[in-house]
Design a protein around this ligand. Structure first.
Ligand SMILES: [Zn+2]
Length: 153
């Protein structure tokens, strides 16, 4: 499973033809973009997105028009590690219907405290910048997918 990185303006996609890094801005999260170097059309692969700073997190959640699923986790947390493969499967199941992101609460504690994350793993669904639902604990990719679908219904 591919892991993508994000900055304060968008997702970073690597071009499969020329390996140029390109930015898919958050407002165009569901649109195809063209590689800045070779003009090849780039589609975002099904991927888990790692968000590593508060500015990028806030921009992504505020600007992406579709559902954003966030896995708040930490490296020392056993249940987080055991659910990690399900999060990857979830990214495959949701393809381009939602963004599946991971926030390491050790690396970005500001985001965890802004959203009052008290236990991990905690999963939160945002839609158009608003928290729609949250849940905690281990579960399968298919259950997580229905959790997202119910949250945005
Ligand atoms: Zn290219």
């Amino acid at each position: 499973m591919t892991h993508l990185t994000a900055d304060s303006r968008g997702l970073i996609l690597s071009c499969p033809s020329c390996s140029q890094a390109n930015r898919q801005v958050y407002r165009q999260w569901d649109a195809a973009i063209r590689c800045g170097r070779c003009k090849e059309e780039l589609e975002r692969p099904p991927a888990v997105i790692e968000v590593r700073d508060p500015l990028s997190f806030r921009a992504l959640v505020a600007e992406v028009s579709g559902p954003v699923f966030v896995d708040f986790w930490a490296p020392w947390c056993g249940p987080c590690r055991s659910v990690a493969p399900e999060i990857e499967r979830l990214a495959g199941l949701m393809e381009r219907e939602a963004l599946i992101i991971k926030v390491n609460t050790e690396e970005v504690p500001e985001v965890a405290s802004e959203h009052r994350i008290e236990s991990i793993p905690t999963f939160v669904v945002f839609h158009r910048g608003i928290e729609m639902a949250r849940t905690s604990g281990s579960m399968s990719a298919t259950r997580l997918k229905s959790f997202i679908q119910q949250a945005i219904r």
